[in-house]
Design a protein around this ligand. Structure first.
Ligand code: ADP
Ligand code: MG
Ligand code: MG
Length: 379
């Protein structure tokens, strides 16, 4: 343990750290990286957040870090020109190494980075109130709005085809063909669920290809716990920028809805517990559209409810693919864990589908109202 801490301190010594460190401890509930809070022993010197980047998931860390540098620089510049904004708290601040790099690679090949720790904030794994959902919507909406004028050609695809359902479906069909553990015949209903919806779920991909949906700078991992809220439950900062790359707005809306409206766990076993809280849906949508309605096209607005079913479909598809393939990608805690996760996501898809008219009306009415309000304010 002291050995581990000495090692972490050695890593930190490569970064331009103010003051003297008093402790380094594991922090947060992220599933991807190892995250540590670094407490400063010197008064008036900042605390830090140290992360070891998971390079099994992210194959090209230098490119990913270039994306984060670009995006945080752009956000900061925009916020500095926005009256009332707090650029130091509303955007992540990378702490450079002594070699003026945004990351450090150790002798074992691990990649490390340091951010300023945003004090007095927290993230929620499960949304508790409509106020929180509204704040989450505002935070992710504002993120898109501030990045709407960034040229997406400057960004790298840090994980190619991440939310591309057509490519996910090809991987699924390939796993079915291989069927290495002979599990395919145990899950005919789940396979049928995927195949019946394959074409409809490809709508966003198709519209994108036809040039009817624009590629924008999107976050692509808009889980609700990737927004930091302050002590008054006000959204402060969007975090976890590893997957920022060109994408469709419906992806960000959809993944946020997936993790906001369903109060059951991502891998809930009892499917009857999986439901959609429409107050939370409405609250999130209002916050999101307040920030985005002025620049989203009508076709993008129409695509939002599709995104809400697409993202849990893609997650379920990825879990089911991994199950059929013999559980290589996701960590499992019991033998049929991936299957249970897939079933939970597919149930969420079904509940959202059954309420599609309500979702569409809520989105359209909210967008119309936001546009009217904005037009009046400009008079
Ligand atoms: P992961 O990809 O593993 O989810 P995150 O970047 O989301 O990693 O970080 C994990 C957790 O650490 C977050 O959920 C949040 O609670 C906390 N966290 C991340 N960045 C900061 C920060 N700059 N200030 C305070 N807390 C943070
Ligand atoms: Mg996270
Ligand atoms: Mg992450």
């Amino acid at each position: 343990n002291t050995n581990a801490e000495a090692n972490l301190r050695e890593v930190l010594s490569h970064f331009i750290i103010e003051g003297s460190i008093s402790s380094v401890r594991l922090y947060g509930s992220g599933h991807i990286h190892d995250t540590y809070a670094v407490t400063n022993g010197t008064p008036d010197s900042p605390d830090y957040l140290l992360q070891r980047i998971n390079h099994n998931v992210f194959k090209n860390v230098p490119l990913l870090m270039e994306n984060i540098e670009l995006v945080t620089r752009h956000l900061r510049q925009k916020l500095e020109n926005l009256p009332g904004a707090r650029p130091d708290e509303e955007v992540l601040t990378l702490v450079p190494t002594h070699a003026q790099q945004s990351f450090y690679q150790d002798a074992e090949g691990n990649f490390w980075r340091v951010y300023l720790l945003l004090d007095g904030t927290r993230s929620y794994d499960i949304v508790e109130t409509p106020q929180q959902a509204h704040e989450g919507g505002k935070a992710f909406g504002k993120f898109l709005a501030l990045l709407a004028d960034l040229d997406t050609n400057q960004l790298h695809d840090s994980i190619p085809d991440f939310h591309n359902v057509e490519s996910r479906l090809r991987l699924f069909e390939a796993a079915l063909q291989r069927n290495p553990k002979d599990r395919a015949r145990q899950v005919p209903q789940e396979i049928a669920f995927v195949q019946q919806r394959a074409e409809q779920m490809s709508t966003i991909c198709r519209l994108g290809r036809e040039g009817r949906l624009p590629l924008r700078t999107t976050h692509n991992d808009t889980k609700f716990n990737n927004v930091l809220l302050d002590k008054y439950d006000k959204a402060l900062c969007v975090i976890d920028l590893d997957t920022v790359m060109p994408g469709y707005v419906a992806y960000d809306f959809g993944d946020a809805i997936r993790t906001t409206v369903n109060k059951a766990a991502e891998d809930e076993k009892d499917l009857s517990k999986i439901n959609v809280d429409f107050h939370l849906f409405k609250a999130f949508t209002e916050g999101f559209l307040q920030e985005t309605c002025s620049f989203l096209t009508q076709e993008e607005i129409v695509s939002l409810p599709l995104g809400a079913t697409l993202l849990p479909y893609i997650m379920g598809l990825r879990f089911l693919t991994d199950y059929i393939d013999g559980d290589h990608y996701y960590k499992i805690h019991f033998p049929e864990h991936n299957l249970q996760r897939a079933r939970a996501q597919f149930r969420l898809v079904e509940v959202l589908e059954a309420n599609m008219d309500l979702l569409r009306n809520t989105v359209q009415e909210t967008a119309t109202l936001c546009k009217t309000t904005e037009a009046e304010q400009q008079k």
